[in-house]
Design a protein. Sequence first.
Length: 350
Amino acid sequence: MLYRHVAVQALACHLPEEVVSSAEIESRLAPLYGRLRLPAGRLELMTGIRARRLWPRGMLPSAAAAAAGRRALEQAAFPPERLDCLINGSVSRDTVEPATSTAVHRLLGLPAHTVNFDLSNACLGVLSGMVVLADMIELGRIQAGLVVAGENSRPLLETTLERLNGDRTLSRQDIKPWFASLTIGSAAVAVLLTRATPGQPGLRLVNATHRCNTRFDHLCRGDADTGMAAAATPVMQTDAEELLLRGLDVARDTWDAFKAETGWTESTPALVCTHQVGRAHQQRLYQTLGLDLARDFSTFAELGNCGSASLPATAALALEAHPLAAGDRLALLGIGSGINCLMLGLEQAA
């Protein structure tokens, strides 16, 4: 899908203050490591993730998402009463019902006319929300929309640590599906999209391309959705090696379609941000797509994998560190369990 009228007015992230290192996680897994004789440093060595961040205990996803939304509105000096639509795209939700978007709507003090709903698409939730808003803007249905996410990894991380230490029957092979849960971090993001004014400078969304292969939806599975309140005890099991390989296949197909739709080549984007899984994923993805790793901006080493907030948070930090010049292009390459792949092209208008 090509877009002509969609402006990215603000891209904001909000990060927790508490930092938890991979070394600290391994120290909490001392019973498991000792029993299985696992070498210290294994977690960081395999993933390239040194640390991740956690919200305070009891922090709800809606509160984190609202904080990021507030930052985006302030960043663009955009009046909340002008918002036509609010989408919450995070994996983490306060409750199954009502939609977490209702709590974000309340916390932001949005007007009654601002339609709101949750959109769930694993780690692609925010990017999918951007596409929904962009379609609505392009069609003239709305003038402005905000997509937010507040990912809370603490319940998943702590439940995983308890399971790994508590089950003394687990072998080295048995713990593999639990390993990805130790890489998850917390973050919140918000993206403000508006109808572009002709001749107005700024960042534009120019394209979105999607491909999927749902034959592999079993490679990463979470348990029943019970929200991410303080008492939640979620679990997740992932076949990380197979998910990487199958995800790369879908990414290759998506990138080929993306190039055909936009006319871009591997040298077109000045800056590239991908979903932040870890070092192996980063290197293999760039090799598979033929992209220059020098154009990459990554956050996984210090933030881990922050679910749906991971890619947009990385993009927000990338644009702060490397502002785009007029005509520069940014590629957002997202892969989510399912397997879904969504790639967005953005351009800095003069």
